[in-house]
Write a protein that binds this ligand. Structure first.
Ligand SMILES: [Fe+2]
Ligand SMILES: [Fe+2]
Ligand SMILES: [Fe+2]
Length: 474
C-alpha cells in the first residue's frame, strides 16, 4: 500500500526492508557490539588455525583450501574490527577473549593433530556455529538502523557457505564412519564448549559443563616442516634451474612457458614459509596479519596457476615436474621469523626490475600460449602488491631501505641449501627431469624438440634462483 499521497508507488527505505521490519526494536548498539566482538573472535581464531596448518598439511588441495580460507577469515576479521570501531570509542577490547568456553573450542581445534578431526572441528562445528550466529543477527537486528552490520553479515555468510561446502566435500572423502566414531568424545567437548558459551554469539542460556581439554592441555606448538603428498615425489630435487633458462635470450618463448609454470607451481613453498612467519610473529597490529595473509593466498593462487598451466597443455605434472620444498624447509628450520621475512622481501623486490615480472609477462605474450601471458599478468600485479606489503611491514623498521634489502641478502646467504648433502643422504639425485617434460610438451604441441633446449641441464648447485652465484623461490 502506498502510504504517501501524490507520489508514485516505489520501494521504500532504499529497498533495505519494509516499514514493519524497520519499526521493530532490534538490537541496541551495546548488544550489537557485544555480538560483533564474538564473531570477530571466531574469525580471528579461524584465521589462526587455517594459517597454522598450511605448512605441515601434506594434501595439496587442503594446503590450498586452508590458504584461501585463512585469507577469507582475515578479511572478515578486518571488516568486523572496523565496524566495532565505528560504533565504539577506543579501547575497543578486540584482543580480549569474549568467553573462556569459546577459547576452549578454538584451542581444541587448533591443537588437534590429525587432519580428519581438524576438518570436522572446523567445518562441522566452528563454521556452522558462526553461520547460526550471523543468521540470528540478521533476524534480530533492525535492518535500517544497523544496515552496515547487516551488509557485513550477508557477505560473511556468503563466504562461510563456500568454505563449508569445500570442507564438507573434503570430509566426505577423508573421514570415514570408523574415524568419525572415534571422534565422538571430542565432538561432544566441542558441542559442550558452545553450550557453555551460550552459543557462539552468547544469546542462549549458558549450560554448565566441566570442559576437560583433550588436545589443548599444553600450549600449541607450530610445526614448520613442510609436508607434501604423492604428487611431489622428489621434494629435494634442485636439478633444473628455471631462472637460468628463462633469462637466456637464445632460448625460444614456448619452452620458457613450461619453466614459468614450474616456477608458479613451486610458489607453493611461499605459503608454507609465510604461514610460519604469521604464526610465529605475535603482537603486530592486525593490518600486518591481514596483509601478510593476503600475500600468502596470492602465492597459493600462483601455485595453482602453474598447476592449471601444465594441465592445459595435457602434461601430468606430478610425474614430469619435480616441485621441491627446499626453500620453505630451509627457511622455516634455519631462520627466525624476521629473517624469513627479510629473505622474502629481498627476493620480491628483485622481481620488480625489467628482467623480473615484466619479462615473464612478455615471454607469455611472445609464446603461443595466451594462458601463460594471462597468468603472468596477474602474477606481476600481485607481486607489485607484495612489494608494497613488504615496504609497509618489513622495510618500515629500518632507518634506510637499502639496509632492509642488504639484511635480506645476508639472511638468504646464510641459509644452507644442502645440495650435495641431500644427494649423499639419498634424499634426491637431483635428476634432470627437464628433457622428458620438454619432449612430452613438444608432442602435445605437435612440434619437433629443439636439440639445444633438450640439452639444457643447469641445476641450482652453483647458481641461486636470483642468478646470484653460489647456493631458491617467490
Ligand atoms: Fe608469483
Ligand atoms: Fe609474492
Ligand atoms: Fe610469489
Amino acid at each position: 500500500m502506498n502510504l504517501y499521497k501524490n507520489v508514485p508507488s516505489l520501494p521504500v527505505l532504499a529497498g533495505i526492508c519494509n516499514m514493519n521490519q524497520a519499526m521493530k526494536p532490534g538490537l541496541a548498539v551495546e548488544e550489537c557490539v557485544r555480538r560483533l566482538k564474538r564473531y570477530h573472535y571466531a574469525f580471528k581464531r579461524l584465521h589462526q588455525i587455517f594459517t597454522a596448518r598450511i605448512t605441515a598439511e601434506p594434501l595439496y588441495e587442503l594446503k590450498m583450501g586452508f590458504s584461501f580460507h585463512a585469507h577469507l577469515c582475515a578479511e572478515h576479521t578486518t571488516v568486523l574490527r572496523k565496524r566495532v570501531g565505528e560504533m565504539r570509542e577506543p579501547p575497543l577490547g578486540l584482543e580480549a577473549v569474549p568467553d573462556p568456553a569459546l577459547e576452549v573450542l578454538f584451542d581444541e581445534i587448533l591443537g588437534v593433530t590429525e587432519t580428519g578431526p581438524l576438518l570436522v572441528g572446523l567445518y562441522e562445528k566452528a563454521l556452522p556455529a558462526l553461520k547460526r550466529a550471523l543468521e540470528r543477527h540478521l533476524a534480530d537486528t533492525n535492518h535500517l538502523a544497523d544496515q552496515p552490520t547487516v551488509r557485513l553479515c550477508r557477505f560473511a555468510l556468503l563466504e562461510l557457505a563456500d568454505m563449508t561446502k569445500f570442507g564438507v566435500e573434503c570430509i566426505s572423502t577423508l573421514v570415514n564412519a570408523e574415524a568419525r566414531a572415534r571422534l565422538q568424545d571430542w565432538c561432544k567437548l566441542l558441542d559442550q564448549s558452545l553450550e557453555a558459551a551460550g552459543e557462539l554469539d552468547g544469546t542462549a542460556t549458558p549450560v554448565q559443563h566441566r570442559l576437560v581439554r583433550q588436545h589443548s592441555v599444553n600450549p600449541y606448538r607450530f610445526d614448520g616442516v613442510p609436508r607434501r603428498d604423492a604428487r611431489f615425489p622428489d621434494p629435494y630435487n634442485m636439478g633444473v634451474n628455471a631462472e637460468v633458462f628463462l633469462y637466456d635470450e637464445s632460448f625460444p618463448p614456448e619452452p620458457k612457458t613450461l619453466m614459468m609454470f614450474y616456477k608458479r607451481l613451486r610458489e607453493i613453498d611461499v605459503p608454507e614459509m609465510m604461514a610460519s612467519i604469521i604464526t610465529e610473529t605475535s603482537g603486530k597490529p592486525w593490518g600486518y596479519y591481514q596483509d601478510m595473509t593476503r600475500q600468502l593466498w596470492d602465492e597459493a593462487r600462483h601455485a595453482m596457476m602453474g598447476e592449471v598451466g601444465f594441465l592445459q597443455i595435457g602434461l601430468n605434472w606430478p610425474e614430469k615436474v619435480m616441485v621441491n620444498h627446499t626453500w620453505a624447509l630451509c627457511l622455516n628450520t634455519q631462520l627466525k621469523p624476521i629473517e624469513r621475512h627479510a629473505v622474502l622481501y629481498f627476493i620480491e623486490q628483485g622481481l620488480m626490475p625489467k628482467n623480473g615480472k615484466r619479462f615473464e609477462w612478455e615471454v607469455g605474450l611472445a609464446s603461443r600460449n595466451p594462458l601463460a601471458a594471462l597468468f603472468q599478468d596477474y602474477d606481476w600485479a600481485d607481486e607489485v602488491l607484495h612489494a608494497r606489503i613488504g615496504r609497509d611491514w618489513y622495510v618500515k623498521d629500518f632507518s634506510d631501505p637499502q639496509k632492509a634489502v642488504q639484511y635480506g641478502d645476508e639472511c638468504w646467504s646464510r641459509v644452507l641449501m644442502n645440495w650435495d648433502h641431500w644427494r649423499q643422504k639419498g634424499l634426491t639425485q637431483h635428476r634432470n627431469w627437464w628433457p622428458e617434460l620438454y619432449r612430452e610438451a613438444c608432442q602435445r604441441w605437435g612440434i619437433e624438440p629443439d636439440p639445444r633446449v633438450l640439452a639444457y641441464h643447469t641445476t641450482y648447485q652453483t647458481v641461486r634462483a636470483d642468478l646470484k652465484e653460489l647456493t631458491g623461490s617467490a
